[in-house]
Design a protein around this ligand. Sequence first.
Ligand code: THU
Length: 139
Amino acid sequence: MNSDNKIVIEAALAARDRSVAPFSNFLVGAAIQTRAGKIFTGCNIESASYGLTVCAERVAIWKAVSEGERDFVHLAIAADTESLTPPCGTCRQIIWEFAKEAEITLVNRQAKLEVVQIRDLLPLAFDARFLREAKGSVS
Ligand code: THU
């Protein structure tokens, strides 16, 4: 692991401590790094209206994108499970659309690591290419 990766992983673990998960008690942290080296963190934030909950990965990505960042090299996702926690289906779609190039490190609090790629987590992904290919229009 290079020192840059270690910083992103530690940022994800630290972000996990800020998780707001009173309903599931499942704490998740994420950190995403731009090619220029900036890091944005996120934690899961749950709502009493359960479906409004947002995952840690999306909080980190939306923070970065809303600050004008679009070029990401690394995403770390931290939970506290023995089998490392992968991103949910919704987050996979967002990672595919906004952080396709990022290497993804899954990590737990014992520093067990696994590196995965979004193309392997989301084969045959849907994205804007298909919208452009569509011939007809309803109006
Ligand atoms: N969660 C994440 O933040 N990221 C994931 O990849 C999996 C699930 C959160 C959402 C919810 O707050 C809690 O974990 C339980 O699903």
